[in-house]
Design a protein around this ligand. Structure first.
Ligand SMILES: Cc1cc2nc3c(=O)[nH]c(=O)nc-3n(C[C@H](O)[C@H](O)[C@H](O)COP(=O)(O)OP(=O)(O)OC[C@H]3O[C@@H](n4cnc5c(N)ncnc54)[C@H](O)[C@@H]3O)c2cc1C
Length: 397
Protein backbone atom coordinates (compact mmCIF):
# COMPACT_ATOMS: atom_id res chain seq x y z
CA UNK A 1 0.00 0.00 0.00
CA UNK A 2 2.64 2.51 1.05
CA UNK A 3 5.18 1.58 -1.63
CA UNK A 4 2.69 1.55 -4.51
CA UNK A 5 1.33 4.94 -3.51
CA UNK A 6 4.82 6.34 -3.16
CA UNK A 7 5.73 5.17 -6.69
CA UNK A 8 2.49 6.57 -8.12
CA UNK A 9 3.00 9.94 -6.44
CA UNK A 10 6.60 10.19 -7.64
CA UNK A 11 5.43 9.75 -11.21
CA UNK A 12 2.41 12.01 -10.77
CA UNK A 13 4.75 14.74 -9.55
CA UNK A 14 6.98 14.28 -12.58
CA UNK A 15 9.92 12.42 -11.04
CA UNK A 16 12.06 11.19 -13.92
CA UNK A 17 14.50 8.78 -12.28
CA UNK A 18 14.08 5.02 -12.45
CA UNK A 19 11.77 3.44 -9.87
CA UNK A 20 11.98 -0.18 -8.75
CA UNK A 21 9.25 -1.62 -6.52
CA UNK A 22 10.19 -4.95 -4.96
CA UNK A 23 7.65 -7.08 -3.07
CA UNK A 24 7.90 -10.65 -1.92
CA UNK A 25 4.28 -11.51 -2.61
CA UNK A 26 3.43 -12.86 -6.09
CA UNK A 27 0.60 -10.34 -6.46
CA UNK A 28 1.15 -6.68 -7.43
CA UNK A 29 0.61 -4.32 -4.47
CA UNK A 30 -2.91 -4.65 -3.10
CA UNK A 31 -5.23 -3.39 -0.39
CA UNK A 32 -5.75 -5.80 2.50
CA UNK A 33 -9.07 -4.53 3.97
CA UNK A 34 -11.20 -6.57 1.49
CA UNK A 35 -9.50 -9.80 2.70
CA UNK A 36 -11.67 -9.82 5.82
CA UNK A 37 -14.66 -8.20 4.11
CA UNK A 38 -15.97 -8.35 0.51
CA UNK A 39 -13.20 -10.59 -0.86
CA UNK A 40 -13.66 -13.08 1.99
CA UNK A 41 -17.40 -13.11 1.33
CA UNK A 42 -16.78 -13.83 -2.35
CA UNK A 43 -18.23 -10.47 -3.43
CA UNK A 44 -15.05 -9.05 -5.00
CA UNK A 45 -12.23 -10.24 -7.22
CA UNK A 46 -8.52 -10.05 -6.49
CA UNK A 47 -7.99 -7.41 -9.16
CA UNK A 48 -10.52 -5.13 -7.41
CA UNK A 49 -8.03 -4.81 -4.55
CA UNK A 50 -4.97 -3.98 -6.66
CA UNK A 51 -3.64 -0.51 -5.82
CA UNK A 52 -2.86 0.04 -9.51
CA UNK A 53 -3.88 -2.21 -12.40
CA UNK A 54 -1.05 -4.54 -13.47
CA UNK A 55 -0.55 -2.59 -16.70
CA UNK A 56 -0.06 0.70 -14.80
CA UNK A 57 3.49 -0.18 -13.74
CA UNK A 58 4.82 -0.63 -17.25
CA UNK A 59 2.85 2.32 -18.61
CA UNK A 60 4.36 4.55 -15.94
CA UNK A 61 7.91 3.32 -16.03
CA UNK A 62 7.82 1.64 -12.63
CA UNK A 63 9.66 -1.66 -12.66
CA UNK A 64 7.68 -4.13 -10.59
CA UNK A 65 9.60 -7.05 -9.13
CA UNK A 66 6.86 -9.15 -7.53
CA UNK A 67 7.56 -12.42 -5.80
CA UNK A 68 11.06 -11.28 -4.87
CA UNK A 69 12.67 -10.55 -1.55
CA UNK A 70 15.01 -7.74 -0.77
CA UNK A 71 17.64 -9.74 1.08
CA UNK A 72 19.68 -6.85 2.44
CA UNK A 73 20.34 -3.15 2.20
CA UNK A 74 23.74 -1.53 2.40
CA UNK A 75 22.88 1.90 3.73
CA UNK A 76 26.34 3.38 3.19
CA UNK A 77 26.89 2.03 -0.32
CA UNK A 78 23.21 2.66 -1.23
CA UNK A 79 22.68 -0.76 -2.69
CA UNK A 80 20.02 -3.42 -2.21
CA UNK A 81 20.65 -7.12 -2.70
CA UNK A 82 17.69 -8.94 -4.22
CA UNK A 83 16.78 -12.59 -4.00
CA UNK A 84 18.79 -14.35 -6.70
CA UNK A 85 21.87 -12.25 -6.02
CA UNK A 86 21.16 -9.19 -8.16
CA UNK A 87 22.43 -5.97 -6.64
CA UNK A 88 20.78 -2.63 -7.42
CA UNK A 89 21.93 0.83 -6.45
CA UNK A 90 19.59 3.61 -5.43
CA UNK A 91 19.61 7.33 -4.78
CA UNK A 92 16.74 7.26 -2.31
CA UNK A 93 14.68 4.41 -0.87
CA UNK A 94 11.38 3.81 0.87
CA UNK A 95 11.12 0.86 3.25
CA UNK A 96 7.49 -0.25 3.46
CA UNK A 97 7.81 -3.81 4.67
CA UNK A 98 4.49 -3.88 6.54
CA UNK A 99 3.83 -6.15 9.49
CA UNK A 100 3.78 -9.82 10.45
CA UNK A 101 0.95 -11.49 12.33
CA UNK A 102 1.51 -12.68 15.88
CA UNK A 103 1.57 -16.47 15.93
CA UNK A 104 0.10 -18.22 18.97
CA UNK A 105 2.42 -21.05 19.96
CA UNK A 106 0.15 -22.99 22.29
CA UNK A 107 -0.39 -26.72 22.62
CA UNK A 108 -2.11 -28.14 19.56
CA UNK A 109 -1.00 -25.28 17.29
CA UNK A 110 0.21 -27.84 14.73
CA UNK A 111 -3.36 -29.00 13.93
CA UNK A 112 -4.71 -28.17 10.50
CA UNK A 113 -7.44 -25.61 10.10
CA UNK A 114 -5.79 -22.89 12.24
CA UNK A 115 -5.54 -19.76 10.12
CA UNK A 116 -3.95 -16.33 10.29
CA UNK A 117 -4.96 -13.54 7.96
CA UNK A 118 -2.65 -11.20 6.12
CA UNK A 119 -2.55 -12.18 2.44
CA UNK A 120 -4.95 -13.26 -0.33
CA UNK A 121 -4.02 -16.93 0.11
CA UNK A 122 -5.05 -16.82 3.79
CA UNK A 123 -8.43 -15.34 2.88
CA UNK A 124 -8.99 -18.06 0.24
CA UNK A 125 -8.08 -20.82 2.71
CA UNK A 126 -10.38 -19.38 5.41
CA UNK A 127 -13.31 -19.17 3.01
CA UNK A 128 -12.78 -22.75 1.82
CA UNK A 129 -12.50 -24.13 5.37
CA UNK A 130 -15.46 -22.08 6.61
CA UNK A 131 -17.68 -23.46 3.86
CA UNK A 132 -17.10 -26.99 5.14
CA UNK A 133 -17.20 -26.10 8.86
CA UNK A 134 -20.01 -26.52 11.36
CA UNK A 135 -18.46 -23.83 13.48
CA UNK A 136 -15.49 -21.45 13.21
CA UNK A 137 -13.83 -19.98 16.30
CA UNK A 138 -12.17 -16.59 16.05
CA UNK A 139 -9.38 -15.83 18.50
CA UNK A 140 -9.21 -12.11 19.28
CA UNK A 141 -11.83 -9.48 19.95
CA UNK A 142 -10.28 -6.74 17.88
CA UNK A 143 -11.15 -5.79 14.34
CA UNK A 144 -9.81 -8.87 12.49
CA UNK A 145 -11.70 -11.30 14.73
CA UNK A 146 -14.90 -9.25 14.62
CA UNK A 147 -14.80 -8.52 10.87
CA UNK A 148 -14.07 -12.13 9.93
CA UNK A 149 -16.80 -13.42 12.26
CA UNK A 150 -19.26 -10.99 10.68
CA UNK A 151 -18.26 -11.90 7.12
CA UNK A 152 -18.44 -15.65 7.74
CA UNK A 153 -21.69 -15.42 9.71
CA UNK A 154 -23.22 -13.33 6.92
CA UNK A 155 -22.47 -16.29 4.62
CA UNK A 156 -24.20 -18.68 6.99
CA UNK A 157 -21.28 -20.06 9.03
CA UNK A 158 -21.72 -20.41 12.79
CA UNK A 159 -19.05 -18.32 14.53
CA UNK A 160 -17.80 -17.82 18.08
CA UNK A 161 -15.21 -15.29 19.22
CA UNK A 162 -12.84 -15.99 22.11
CA UNK A 163 -11.22 -12.80 23.39
CA UNK A 164 -8.98 -11.57 26.18
CA UNK A 165 -10.95 -8.35 26.41
CA UNK A 166 -14.31 -8.51 28.20
CA UNK A 167 -16.06 -6.61 25.42
CA UNK A 168 -15.53 -6.69 21.64
CA UNK A 169 -13.45 -3.85 20.15
CA UNK A 170 -13.19 -2.23 23.59
CA UNK A 171 -9.40 -1.72 23.51
CA UNK A 172 -9.70 1.04 20.94
CA UNK A 173 -13.25 2.26 21.45
CA UNK A 174 -13.96 1.65 25.14
CA UNK A 175 -16.47 -0.73 26.75
CA UNK A 176 -19.62 1.26 25.98
CA UNK A 177 -19.05 1.58 22.24
CA UNK A 178 -17.60 -1.93 22.21
CA UNK A 179 -20.85 -3.26 23.67
CA UNK A 180 -22.79 -1.61 20.87
CA UNK A 181 -20.70 -3.47 18.27
CA UNK A 182 -20.83 -6.69 20.27
CA UNK A 183 -24.63 -6.52 20.37
CA UNK A 184 -24.64 -6.13 16.61
CA UNK A 185 -22.56 -9.30 16.28
CA UNK A 186 -24.66 -11.22 18.81
CA UNK A 187 -27.94 -10.17 17.25
CA UNK A 188 -26.71 -11.84 14.04
CA UNK A 189 -25.85 -15.05 15.85
CA UNK A 190 -22.13 -14.55 16.58
CA UNK A 191 -21.22 -15.79 20.08
CA UNK A 192 -18.79 -13.65 22.06
CA UNK A 193 -16.76 -15.13 24.93
CA UNK A 194 -14.89 -12.24 26.55
CA UNK A 195 -12.31 -12.28 29.36
CA UNK A 196 -10.99 -15.64 28.15
CA UNK A 197 -7.38 -16.60 27.56
CA UNK A 198 -6.53 -19.26 25.02
CA UNK A 199 -4.84 -22.28 26.55
CA UNK A 200 -4.72 -24.88 23.78
CA UNK A 201 -6.11 -26.18 20.54
CA UNK A 202 -7.41 -29.74 20.53
CA UNK A 203 -7.59 -31.88 17.44
CA UNK A 204 -6.99 -35.13 15.66
CA UNK A 205 -4.69 -33.67 13.04
CA UNK A 206 -7.40 -31.14 12.32
CA UNK A 207 -8.49 -28.63 14.95
CA UNK A 208 -11.68 -29.76 16.77
CA UNK A 209 -11.84 -27.45 19.78
CA UNK A 210 -10.44 -24.31 21.32
CA UNK A 211 -9.79 -24.53 25.06
CA UNK A 212 -9.50 -21.50 27.33
CA UNK A 213 -7.62 -21.26 30.64
CA UNK A 214 -10.98 -21.01 32.44
CA UNK A 215 -11.87 -24.49 31.16
CA UNK A 216 -14.28 -23.20 28.51
CA UNK A 217 -14.12 -25.43 25.46
CA UNK A 218 -15.53 -24.41 22.08
CA UNK A 219 -15.96 -27.10 19.47
CA UNK A 220 -15.01 -26.08 15.96
CA UNK A 221 -13.65 -27.25 12.62
CA UNK A 222 -11.62 -24.17 11.84
CA UNK A 223 -9.97 -21.30 13.70
CA UNK A 224 -8.98 -17.83 12.61
CA UNK A 225 -6.50 -16.02 14.83
CA UNK A 226 -6.53 -12.23 14.92
CA UNK A 227 -4.00 -11.57 17.67
CA UNK A 228 -2.37 -8.44 16.33
CA UNK A 229 0.71 -7.80 14.23
CA UNK A 230 4.32 -6.78 14.76
CA UNK A 231 6.02 -4.25 12.48
CA UNK A 232 8.36 -6.02 10.06
CA UNK A 233 11.56 -4.08 10.65
CA UNK A 234 13.98 -6.91 9.93
CA UNK A 235 15.43 -5.53 6.70
CA UNK A 236 15.97 -2.13 8.29
CA UNK A 237 17.44 -3.57 11.46
CA UNK A 238 19.98 -5.64 9.54
CA UNK A 239 20.95 -2.48 7.63
CA UNK A 240 21.72 -0.70 10.90
CA UNK A 241 18.71 1.63 10.71
CA UNK A 242 17.32 2.70 14.11
CA UNK A 243 14.28 0.73 15.24
CA UNK A 244 12.16 0.76 18.39
CA UNK A 245 8.96 -0.70 19.77
CA UNK A 246 6.82 0.60 16.91
CA UNK A 247 9.23 -0.63 14.24
CA UNK A 248 11.51 1.60 12.17
CA UNK A 249 11.88 4.94 13.91
CA UNK A 250 11.15 7.89 11.62
CA UNK A 251 11.31 11.57 12.38
CA UNK A 252 8.39 13.90 11.71
CA UNK A 253 9.17 13.83 7.96
CA UNK A 254 9.22 10.03 7.73
CA UNK A 255 13.01 9.98 7.42
CA UNK A 256 14.79 7.04 9.02
CA UNK A 257 18.10 7.38 10.84
CA UNK A 258 19.89 6.99 7.47
CA UNK A 259 19.80 9.95 5.11
CA UNK A 260 17.85 9.33 1.91
CA UNK A 261 16.00 6.31 3.33
CA UNK A 262 12.36 6.81 4.31
CA UNK A 263 9.86 4.44 5.89
CA UNK A 264 6.05 4.36 5.73
CA UNK A 265 3.06 2.31 6.82
CA UNK A 266 2.81 -0.59 9.26
CA UNK A 267 6.57 -1.10 9.55
CA UNK A 268 7.33 2.22 11.22
CA UNK A 269 6.55 4.79 13.86
CA UNK A 270 6.96 8.52 13.40
CA UNK A 271 7.46 11.58 15.58
CA UNK A 272 4.00 13.14 15.28
CA UNK A 273 3.86 16.91 15.57
CA UNK A 274 0.07 16.62 15.80
CA UNK A 275 0.14 14.33 18.84
CA UNK A 276 3.35 15.61 20.40
CA UNK A 277 4.60 12.02 20.71
CA UNK A 278 5.77 9.02 18.68
CA UNK A 279 2.88 7.32 16.88
CA UNK A 280 2.61 3.86 15.36
CA UNK A 281 -0.63 2.65 13.76
CA UNK A 282 -1.57 -0.11 11.35
CA UNK A 283 -4.15 1.65 9.18
CA UNK A 284 -4.78 1.37 5.49
CA UNK A 285 -5.24 5.11 5.05
CA UNK A 286 -2.04 5.91 6.94
CA UNK A 287 0.02 3.57 4.76
CA UNK A 288 -1.40 5.30 1.70
CA UNK A 289 -0.96 8.86 3.00
CA UNK A 290 2.54 8.17 4.24
CA UNK A 291 3.54 6.65 0.90
CA UNK A 292 2.38 9.85 -0.82
CA UNK A 293 4.06 12.01 1.78
CA UNK A 294 7.40 10.21 1.57
CA UNK A 295 7.34 10.72 -2.20
CA UNK A 296 6.88 14.46 -1.70
CA UNK A 297 9.79 14.63 0.70
CA UNK A 298 11.99 12.60 -1.66
CA UNK A 299 11.28 15.37 -4.16
CA UNK A 300 12.33 18.05 -1.70
CA UNK A 301 9.08 19.12 0.02
CA UNK A 302 10.68 18.88 3.47
CA UNK A 303 7.27 18.71 5.14
CA UNK A 304 6.24 17.16 8.45
CA UNK A 305 3.65 14.38 8.26
CA UNK A 306 0.62 16.03 9.89
CA UNK A 307 -2.34 13.94 8.78
CA UNK A 308 -4.49 12.76 11.70
CA UNK A 309 -4.61 8.93 11.43
CA UNK A 310 -7.90 7.58 10.10
CA UNK A 311 -9.22 4.03 10.38
CA UNK A 312 -12.37 2.29 9.16
CA UNK A 313 -13.90 -1.13 9.69
CA UNK A 314 -17.06 -2.95 8.58
CA UNK A 315 -18.95 -5.72 10.33
CA UNK A 316 -20.57 -7.23 7.23
CA UNK A 317 -23.31 -4.75 6.30
CA UNK A 318 -24.49 -4.62 9.92
CA UNK A 319 -22.26 -1.73 11.01
CA UNK A 320 -19.54 0.50 9.58
CA UNK A 321 -17.25 2.49 11.77
CA UNK A 322 -14.69 5.20 11.20
CA UNK A 323 -12.19 6.51 13.68
CA UNK A 324 -9.64 9.29 14.01
CA UNK A 325 -7.00 9.35 16.71
CA UNK A 326 -5.38 7.31 17.99
CA UNK A 327 -6.28 8.11 21.61
CA UNK A 328 -3.56 6.70 23.86
CA UNK A 329 -5.99 6.99 26.75
CA UNK A 330 -8.88 9.22 27.68
CA UNK A 331 -10.70 10.39 30.79
CA UNK A 332 -14.10 11.18 29.33
CA UNK A 333 -16.43 10.01 26.55
CA UNK A 334 -19.02 12.30 25.01
CA UNK A 335 -21.73 10.62 22.92
CA UNK A 336 -23.50 12.45 20.13
CA UNK A 337 -26.46 11.17 18.12
CA UNK A 338 -28.78 8.21 18.35
CA UNK A 339 -27.25 4.86 19.23
CA UNK A 340 -30.55 3.00 18.78
CA UNK A 341 -30.76 4.28 15.22
CA UNK A 342 -27.10 3.36 14.63
CA UNK A 343 -26.10 6.95 13.93
CA UNK A 344 -23.73 8.35 16.52
CA UNK A 345 -20.24 9.53 17.28
CA UNK A 346 -18.19 9.05 20.42
CA UNK A 347 -15.67 11.68 21.42
CA UNK A 348 -12.73 10.54 23.56
CA UNK A 349 -11.41 13.48 25.56
CA UNK A 350 -8.18 13.73 27.52
CA UNK A 351 -7.67 16.77 29.75
CA UNK A 352 -10.47 18.55 27.90
CA UNK A 353 -8.97 17.95 24.44
CA UNK A 354 -10.06 15.59 21.68
CA UNK A 355 -7.81 12.50 21.72
CA UNK A 356 -9.91 10.43 19.32
CA UNK A 357 -13.38 10.10 17.82
CA UNK A 358 -15.46 7.22 16.55
CA UNK A 359 -18.28 7.54 14.06
CA UNK A 360 -21.03 5.16 13.11
CA UNK A 361 -22.80 6.74 10.17
CA UNK A 362 -21.85 10.29 11.18
CA UNK A 363 -18.78 10.86 9.01
CA UNK A 364 -19.36 14.60 9.04
CA UNK A 365 -18.57 14.67 12.77
CA UNK A 366 -15.15 13.15 12.13
CA UNK A 367 -13.96 16.02 10.00
CA UNK A 368 -14.61 18.36 12.91
CA UNK A 369 -13.04 15.97 15.42
CA UNK A 370 -9.97 15.77 13.23
CA UNK A 371 -9.68 19.57 13.14
CA UNK A 372 -10.13 19.94 16.90
CA UNK A 373 -7.59 17.16 17.56
CA UNK A 374 -4.99 18.62 15.19
CA UNK A 375 -5.41 22.12 16.62
CA UNK A 376 -5.42 20.77 20.21
CA UNK A 377 -8.48 22.88 21.01
CA UNK A 378 -9.66 22.85 24.63
CA UNK A 379 -13.27 21.70 24.24
CA UNK A 380 -14.13 21.48 27.96
CA UNK A 381 -16.59 24.35 27.66
CA UNK A 382 -18.16 22.83 24.53
CA UNK A 383 -19.14 19.39 25.86
CA UNK A 384 -22.86 20.17 25.64
CA UNK A 385 -22.52 21.33 22.06
CA UNK A 386 -20.65 18.15 21.14
CA UNK A 387 -23.35 16.04 22.82
CA UNK A 388 -26.17 17.88 21.03
CA UNK A 389 -26.49 16.26 17.58
CA UNK A 390 -28.14 19.37 16.16
CA UNK A 391 -25.45 21.80 17.22
CA UNK A 392 -22.93 23.12 14.74
CA UNK A 393 -19.53 21.62 15.54
CA UNK A 394 -17.81 24.06 13.19
CA UNK A 395 -18.52 26.81 15.74
CA UNK A 396 -16.23 25.14 18.31
CA UNK A 397 -12.62 26.23 18.53
C1 LIG B 1 -7.35 -8.71 6.72
C2 LIG B 1 -6.98 -7.27 6.94
C3 LIG B 1 -7.97 -6.32 7.00
C4 LIG B 1 -7.65 -5.00 7.21
N1 LIG B 1 -8.65 -4.07 7.28
C5 LIG B 1 -8.35 -2.80 7.51
C6 LIG B 1 -9.38 -1.83 7.60
O1 LIG B 1 -10.58 -2.15 7.47
N2 LIG B 1 -9.04 -0.54 7.80
C7 LIG B 1 -7.73 -0.15 7.94
O2 LIG B 1 -7.49 1.03 8.13
N3 LIG B 1 -6.73 -1.05 7.87
C8 LIG B 1 -7.00 -2.36 7.67
N4 LIG B 1 -5.98 -3.27 7.58
C9 LIG B 1 -4.60 -2.81 7.75
C10 LIG B 1 -3.99 -2.36 6.42
O3 LIG B 1 -4.21 -3.34 5.45
C11 LIG B 1 -2.49 -2.12 6.61
O4 LIG B 1 -2.37 -1.05 7.50
C12 LIG B 1 -1.79 -1.83 5.29
O5 LIG B 1 -1.81 -2.95 4.46
C13 LIG B 1 -0.35 -1.44 5.54
O6 LIG B 1 0.29 -1.22 4.32
P1 LIG B 1 1.88 -1.31 4.19
O7 LIG B 1 2.20 -0.88 2.82
O8 LIG B 1 2.51 -0.62 5.33
O9 LIG B 1 2.24 -2.85 4.42
P2 LIG B 1 1.76 -4.16 3.67
O10 LIG B 1 0.44 -3.98 3.00
O11 LIG B 1 1.86 -5.26 4.67
O12 LIG B 1 2.87 -4.40 2.56
C14 LIG B 1 4.20 -4.72 2.91
C15 LIG B 1 4.74 -5.66 1.87
O13 LIG B 1 6.16 -5.74 1.98
C16 LIG B 1 6.55 -7.09 1.75
N5 LIG B 1 7.91 -7.29 2.31
C17 LIG B 1 8.32 -7.32 3.60
N6 LIG B 1 9.65 -7.50 3.69
C18 LIG B 1 10.09 -7.60 2.43
C19 LIG B 1 11.38 -7.81 1.86
N7 LIG B 1 12.49 -7.94 2.62
N8 LIG B 1 11.49 -7.89 0.51
C20 LIG B 1 10.38 -7.75 -0.28
N9 LIG B 1 9.14 -7.54 0.20
C21 LIG B 1 9.01 -7.47 1.53
C22 LIG B 1 5.46 -7.87 2.44
O14 LIG B 1 5.46 -9.20 2.01
C23 LIG B 1 4.22 -7.09 2.01
O15 LIG B 1 3.76 -7.56 0.78
C24 LIG B 1 -6.29 -4.62 7.37
C25 LIG B 1 -5.27 -5.59 7.33
C26 LIG B 1 -5.60 -6.91 7.12
C27 LIG B 1 -4.53 -7.96 7.08
Amino acid sequence: MAAANCAAELRRRGAEGSILLVGREPEPPYERPPLSKEYLRGEAERADAHVNPRSWYEENGVELASGRNVMSLDAAARTAKLQGGEEVSFGQALIATGANVNILRVEGAENEGIHYLRAFGNSDAIRADAEAADRVVLIGGSYIGCEVAASLAARGTKCAILALEEVALSRTFGAEAGRWFQERLESHGVEFHGGEELEAFEGDGRVRAVVARSGLSLECDAVVVGAGVRPDAMLAQRAGIAIGEGGIECDSRLRTSVEGIYAAGDCCSYESVVHGRRVHVEHWDVAMQQGLHAAGNMLGDERDYEVVPYFFSDLADWASLEYVGPAQDWDEEVWRGDRDAGEFSVWYLKDGRVAGALSVDRSEDLAEARRLLADRVDVSAARDRIADPDSDLASIG
